[in-house]
Structure formats: structure tokens, C-alpha cells
Design a protein around this ligand. Structure first.
Ligand code: SAH
Length: 394
């Protein structure tokens, strides 16, 4: 196996069991190693520290598969890692037939670059690094061996693949053909998922605990659900007894998907769906003097990279300010950020500044985060990304 050496002193993060090695830390950063090949990672004194996958095109040049230098990276390695990821979801009681969950969450499950979502008896997979790409057929076969999986569909069309010089690929990988629509059940609600065309892999399992919270808060409330997409929050709100729900999303197909899910659950009254830019729409609602009792703001990642932090923060603050202004007295704002670059403390500060600007006084009633099938690996803080604040105003 090819030995790759770190520059002196650059093994610190590795010793803390962080799996990312950037090109700047590597002595032989231009080594001619085939994409995805397993390499031995050594410190400057040639002690082997880990085994990882080589990504020639990315600044993130090596992702560690194992911190045990003796561990062989082969079919059995992936079988063990998949089994341990499945076991974790089993303990969370997320493997009921007909349901769905994130089965493998990349670094959090010690399988960097590999994401697997289970939709009933189908797996939607994303391979996001050269190492993942090299092993993908093995992984698809192993997934098909799981007793609850009948088919594996690849959704490797995330833009992040470009950094690895990997072209987008979608299609059936193993087993049965995926139906056009898969219906999954969550807490007695049914959701139609378009595994082939949906954004990401079609549904947001990371919001499951947030949906439960919205359901609990919605009784008798006029709900404004911004960036509504699958209508997951709208369905949860109606299931919790909401008086009305107003959904908005800028994507027409997203709204269609949301409407479909509302119909599937029999929620066809007191609901309105508007195709619009949320920032403009909130201003319009404010100028009309409209008020809501519960407002959900779940925008896409507004901080895509480090260079966009300032602009992104302003956008989050804008949204929260507009949200606070539209609340009726005693109302509740539930705002989210899925940007990894925004930490929880900063998000709270931004929300506080927004309340001040809106002239309201609020108390945090609950804090939300990604559901536990997207676990945070202690040694990789970057695996924590979703923050939500439930703030009730006076
Ligand atoms: N809360 C949703 C998920 C939101 S994903 C759910 O439960 O399913 C983010 C959504 O924001 C996408 O559907 C995208 O179409 C929409 N979006 C992105 N920018 C927007 C904008 N400026 N105005 C309105 N919608 C926007």
C-alpha cells in the first residue's frame, strides 16, 4: 500500500480522530495515486496512523476510513460499518416497515462521503468522494443484502461531487426498480417521495423531531410555513389541529409535492400554497398587516461557504425580523439554519438581534436540532449543522 506522509506536526487532528486531511498537511500531495485508492497515512517519522482514501482532485486529499492502521479496507470492512450504522437506527426504532430514515450519514457513521436514506424498502444513495465512488458497487450490493432493502437507487447528483472531479450520476444500482412514487409513513402521517427527482434524496429526515414539535405547538393556530417544499411541517401542523396553514416556496414542483402530501393525509381545507420568493412575500404580508400565531422559517443553506458568512447572516436576520413582525401577541417563531458555518450561539445572537429590530420581546421555548438518525460524531463537530429556535413572544 502506498505510504503518504504528513508534514511535521500536522498529525494533531488525526490523533483526535478527525478523518479529514487537507493537501496542505501532506508531504507527497501530488503523489500519483489513483482516485479513491486506499493509502497508509503516516506521520513525518513514518509511523502509520490511519488508512484512508485518496482524492486527487480535492483539497480534502484524504478521508480516513479507519484509525486502526491494521484494518483492511475491503468488503468485510464496509459490511461491518454498515451493520453498525443500521444497529444505531434500530436502537432508535427507525426501521419499522414502511417508514424511512437516514441509514448512513457519512462521517458520523465513519463512512465519509457515503449517504444512504431508506425510503420504505428502497435505499437512495449518494457517493460524494473518490473513495466512496471506488467502493460504490460493493456498498450497493451490501445494502441489498439488508433484509429490509429491495432496491438501491443512486442519487449522486450533488454539486459537491464537482470538487472531486466526479460527474453527476443517477440511476438504479442494484435490485428492484424504484417506483415513481414511494409512500413512507412517519408518526401516522404519509408522505409521497419522488426518489428520482426530489431535492437531495427527496425528503428531510433531519426535520423529524422538528415536525413532532410543530405538531405539538399547532393546536388552533394560524400557521405560516415558509420554504414549505414537502409540506412536512404543514401536515404536522394540521395533524396537531392547526386552524389554517399558508405555505410558500419559490419552486413550483416543490409546492406540487407539498400539496400532494397534504391531500394524501386528507388536509385539503384552510390551506393555501403560494409560489413566491419568501423574502418578498413576508414583506408583502407585513404591509397588508397580516398576523400569524405560529411561523416556521426553514430556508435552504444560506451560508454555502466561508466567503458567504456575512451575507448569509444578514439573510437569516432579515427572515427572523420579518417573522417576528408577523406574529400575533403570544405567537411563536420557529426559525432554522442548516448552514454548518453558522454555530448555535451565533444563530441565537442573530435571532435576538432580529427580535430587537422587530420590537418584540421573546423567550426561547425549545431548541431543535437534526434528528438523531443524523448523529453528531463527537470527534467531528462539522457533523452538527441543523439549529432551530422556538421563540415565543410576549
Ligand atoms: N421545510 C421543507 C424543506 C425546505 S428546503 C420541508 O419540510 O420539506 C428549502 C426550500 O426552500 C426548497 O424547497 C426551495 O425550493 C425553497 N427556496 C429556496 N429559496 C427560496 C426563496 N428565496 N423563496 C422561497 N423558497 C425558496
Amino acid at each position: 500500500m502506498i505510504r503518504i506522509h504528513l508534514l511535521p506536526g500536522r498529525e494533531k487532528s488525526l490523533l483526535r480522530r478527525h478523518p479529514w486531511i487537507f493537501d496542505g498537511a501532506i508531504k507527497e500531495k501530488n503523489a500519483s495515486v489513483p482516485a479513491g485508492e486506499t493509502v497508509l497515512v503516516c506521520d513525518a517519522k513514518d509511523h502509520v496512523l490511519a488508512v484512508g482514501a485518496w482524492s486527487p482532485a480535492s483539497q480534502l486529499r484524504i478521508r480516513v476510513w479507519s484509525f486502526d492502521p491494521q484494518e483492511k479496507i475491503d468488503r468485510e470492512f464496509f459490511r461491518r460499518r454498515i451493520a453498525s450504522a443500521v444497529e444505531f437506527r434500530k436502537k432508535l426504532d427507525l426501521l419499522a416497515p414502511g417508514g424511512g430514515c437516514r441509514l448512513i450519514y457519512s462521517e458520523s457513521d465513519c463512512l465519509p462521503g457515503i449517504i444512504v436514506d431508506r425510503y420504505a424498502n428502497f435505499a437512495a444513495v449518494q457517493f460524494l468522494s473518490a473513495g466512496a465512488e471506488l467502493w460504490k458497487d460493493t456498498i450497493a450490493e451490501l445494502l441489498l443484502e439488508l433484509p429490509f432493502i429491495d432496491g438501491v437507487y443512486e442519487r449522486s447528483d450533488a454539486s459537491i461531487r464537482r470538487k472531486e472531479n466526479l460527474a453527476p450520476i443517477c440511476g438504479v444500482m442494484a435490485g428492484a426498480e424504484v417506483p415513481e412514487t414511494i409512500i413512507i409513513e412517519e408518526n401516522g402521517l404519509r408522505f409521497a417521495v419522488d426518489l428520482r427527482q426530489g431535492q437531495k434524496t427527496g425528503f428531510y429526515f433531519d426535520l423529524r423531531t422538528a415536525r413532532e414539535k410543530i405538531r405539538a405547538l399547532s393546536g388552533g393556530k394560524r400557521v405560516l410555513n415558509m420554504f414549505s417544499y414537502t409540506g412536512g411541517f404543514a401536515c404536522a401542523a394540521f395533524a396537531g389541529g392547526a386552524a389554517s396553514v399558508l405555505n410558500a416556496d419559490s419552486s413550483a414542483p416543490a409546492l406540487v409535492q407539498g400539496e400532494k402530501n397534504l391531500q394524501l393525509n386528507g388536509f385539503t381545507e384552510n390551506v393555501e400554497n403560494v409560489c413566491t420568493d419568501v423574502f418578498e412575500f413576508l414583506r408583502k404580508l407585513d404591509s397588508r398587516g397580516e398576523k400569524f400565531d405560529l411561523i416556521i422559517l426553514d430556508p435552504p443553506k444560506l451560508i454555502p461557504g466561508k466567503s458567504a458568512v456575512m451575507r448569509g447572516c444578514r439573510a437569516y436576520q432579515d427572515l427572523a425580523r420579518l417573522g417576528f413582525k408577523l406574529l400575533s401577541p403570544g405567537g411563536t417563531l420557529c426559525n432554522f439554519s442548516c448552514s454548518g458555518a453558522m454555530d448555535a450561539e451565533l444563530f441565537q445572537k442573530i435571532t435576538a438581534a432580529a427580535a430587537l429590530e422587530a420590537g418584540v420581546s421573546g423567550r426561547i421555548a425549545a431548541r431543535l436540532e437534526q434528528s438523531p438518525d443524523h448523529p453528531t460524531l463527537l470527534s467531528v463537530p462539522e457533523t452538527f449543522y441543523l439549529k432551530g429556535l422556538v421563540t415565543t413572544i410576549d
